[in-house]
Design a protein around this ligand. Structure first.
Ligand code: COI
Length: 352
């Protein structure tokens, strides 16, 4: 690993605003490794700067790109500690495989993530719920317009001190019955930019109608609940937790999987299964579904206060922020912030 003096100077001279928002303030450093001739270069950590790309850089035309979202916490100076970073590394390489990209070795991925976090440790926010959001990504950097897999890639890591993803607490969700996010055999399970780009038109309509997020349904039956673009979906029905089972059209969320393990360890019954939207609406209307929530690295656990259909049909949850959501969020965040014992061994404390 090479760390430039400019990067060290940049981080020493950095000052962080008190109110950081989400993804707006970037640490003034970045890690870069280049893939060329079938080999990875060593990681270089340098001053954050704009990239110079040739106009025929393949990612700009064919979207060969993947990314991850992960967090380091430093609540009350207990960190910095990363949350399940190896899970992000594994998922990164699964996304890369689907997008015909080379594997990033563990030492490159983890080396870059840990070095950026360590150099930026003074700027990992200390208030509860705040963290350093780390964004590893890789894109096709080869330049030419041939539509074939690139042979040159850049792997990079940047990081942003963040507060909450949703300023308002709970969210209102629009059921998307027209547009489709992913189909079987496609790339819905990969964390690649195209999945997010494809969600944006619906996001514009959702906002216009006064809601916050889109709930996607399956391309096959336009009935089964899938996910919410940047988050997975959960419902509490008759006191038990239900979430769509993972298929190749749903991102396999690390927060989702952690909440499932956590809930089971608390004695809560968890069902990973096909969930139909018709059944969900009836369960909200007859009161058996008391809580719904979304979860993800950025969103942590965010309660859903209501679901909506176009044309003004509203389904209001019994609890805007119910006891099960509250308890799971407190416990998950407690482990992430090391204020609760991490009996799952999920956190990786950086200590040099
Ligand atoms: C995350 O939770 O890390 C996400 O990827 C969601 C969004 C910020 C893209």
């Amino acid at each position: 690993m090479n760390i430039t003096q400019e990067a060290i100077d940049a981080i020493e001279n950095f000052s962080m605003p008190d109110n950081v928002g989400f993804g707006k303030v970037m640490l003034p450093i970045m890690a870069v490794a280049e893939y060329k001739d079938g080999q990875w270069s060593q990681v270089e950590v340098k001053k954050y700067e704009k990239l110079q790309l040739d106009p025929t850089c393949k990612v700009l035309h064919y979207g060969q790109e993947i990314f991850e979202g992960m967090k380091a916490y430093n609540y009350k100076d207990n960190g910095p500690n990363l949350f399940r970073p190896l899970e992000n590394w594994k998922r990164f390489n699964l996304s890369g495989k689907r997008m015909a990209m080379p594997e990033v070795p563990e030492e490159i991925f983890m080396g870059a993530v840990e070095e950026v976090t360590w150099l930026g440790r003074k700027f990992v926010p200390k208030r509860s719920g705040e963290s350093l959001y780390i964004r590893p990504f890789m894109f096709a950097s080869e330049c030419n317009l041939g539509i074939k897999p690139a042979e040159e890639f850049l792997f990079m890591v940047v990081a942003s001190p963040v507060g909450s993803y949703f300023a308002g607490g709970s969210i209102k969700v629009l059921i998307e019955r027209d547009m489709i996010r992913a189909c079987s055999g496609g790339m819905g399970a990969a964390k690649t930019g195209g999945n997010y780009a494809g969600s944006l038109l619906s996001a514009i309509e959702t906002k216009k109608l006064g809601y916050d997020q889109t709930l996607w349904l399956s391309a096959t039956d336009k009935e089964s609940i899938e996910e919410m673009s940047g988050m997975n979906f959960f419902a509490v029905i008759n006191g038990e937790l239900h979430t769509p089972e993972i298929t190749d059209t749903i991102l396999n969320g690390i927060t989702r999987n952690s909440l499932i393990e956590l809930a089971k360890s608390e004695g809560l019954k968890v069902h990973e299964r096909r969930m139909s939207i018709t059944e969900m609406i009836s369960a909200i209307q007859d009161g058996s579904c008391t809580e719904c929530f979304a979860c993800g690295t950025a969103a942590i656990l965010t309660p859903i206060s209501s679901m909506h259909d176009r044309g003004g049909k509203d389904y209001i949850l019994k609890e805007e922020y119910g006891p099960i959501a509250r308890d799971l969020r407190d416990k998950l965040l407690g482990i992430q912030e090391l204020s609760i014992e991490d009996k799952f061994n999920w956190t990786k404390l950086l200590n040099r």
